[in-house]
Design a protein around this ligand. Structure first.
Ligand code: PLP
Length: 281
């Protein structure tokens, strides 16, 4: 088999047998929503938050989806069947297949796809470099849709410039990175932009705010300007797949001392303790 087992509309099928039609709406329009859930020790991290966000994303594009317990159960089952305790499970729900029309035809049958791949928590020895870029995405970035071209182009531009990721700036304010939320540390306080339609409500972001709250680390949701980002003592990114990544260079200039900072180190220790809890219970 060329790849992992695929969950497709209620069945677990070999990779090579899992097919979608050429007129699936995701192929023609990027018409679908998705999630990615990280499994630690065979148990999902923040599944409820992911399922709540999936429900919001689907409602935001008028897409009726199967029950979230069915979807979460399918993701668990993929991990179990492949004995893959450390995994990232991608779930996509497309609007389904139909002759190409621009409007949204009624009574389409969504296609539900999930694929698990092994994940590691291997940590880079140093921080990453990012570039800033104007946020040219649409105005509903709170929905996790499969329409990812602007994010891909931003990542690709960052890589061409020798960086690993891009942080978007809209009207002078930081929104998020191409596939992660942004935190800065300024004068001892951790800041992250407040939720809005211009950024995704990250499940990892939520976990960090909870961990900080429970452990006496002062953190606030607050607008962050481009200048705040460049002046920050520390910057880090959060996402399911990348977990927490320190940023030590922005647009070629060092962040703070240019080294991974103490707030990041404390935060990732708390995060590791939280995910390890899933492994040991
Ligand atoms: C645009 C964007 N923002 C933020 C995130 C982080 O969200 P989460 O922590 O739920 O993975 C992602 C994750 O893919 C993303 O694509």
């Amino acid at each position: 088999m060329r790849g992992p087992l695929v969950y497709l509309n209620g069945e677990y099928v070999p990779y090579d047998d899992a097919k979608l039609g050429v007129e699936d709406r995701s192929v023609q329009f990027g018409d679908g929503v998705y999630e990615v859930v990280r499994y630690y020790g065979g148990r999902p991290f923040k599944m409820d938050s992911h399922m709540r966000r999936l429900t919001r994303s689907a409602a935001g594009i008028d897409l009726a989806i199967p029950s979230t317990s069915e979807i979460a159960g399918a993701m668990d089952e993929l991990v179990r069947r492949q004995n893959m305790p450390e995994a990232a499970v991608y779930l996509q729900i497309t609007r389904g297949e139909t002759a190409r029309v621009q409007g949204i035809p009624k009574n389409l049958k969504p296609n539900v796809i999930a694929i698990a791949r092994p994940a590691t928590s291997a940590r880079p020895a140093s921080g990453i470099a990012i570039v800033t870029q104007s946020d040219d995405r649409w105005a509903r970035c709170n929905l996790k849709t499969t329409m990812l071209l602007p994010a891909m182009l931003a990542r690709s531009r960052a890589e061409r410039l020798g960086a690993q990721d891009a942080i978007f700036v809209r009207d002078g304010f930081v929104t998020e990175a191409s596939a992660a939320n942004v935190f800065i540390v300024s004068k001892g306080v951790v800041l992250t932009p407040p939720l809005s339609n211009y950024l995704l409500a990250g499940c990892t972001r939520e976990a960090i705010l909870e961990l900080h709250g429970a452990n006496g680390i002062e953190s606030r949701e607050q607008l962050i300007t481009h200048a705040d980002l460049l002046d920050a003592d520390e910057v880090f990114l959060s996402s399911t797949n990348g977990e927490l990544r320190p940023v030590t260079k922005i647009d070629g200039r060092p962040v703070g001392t240019g080294e991974v900072g103490p707030v990041f180190s404390r935060t990732i220790a708390l995060f590791d303790a939280a995910t390890r809890q899933l492994v040991v219970v």
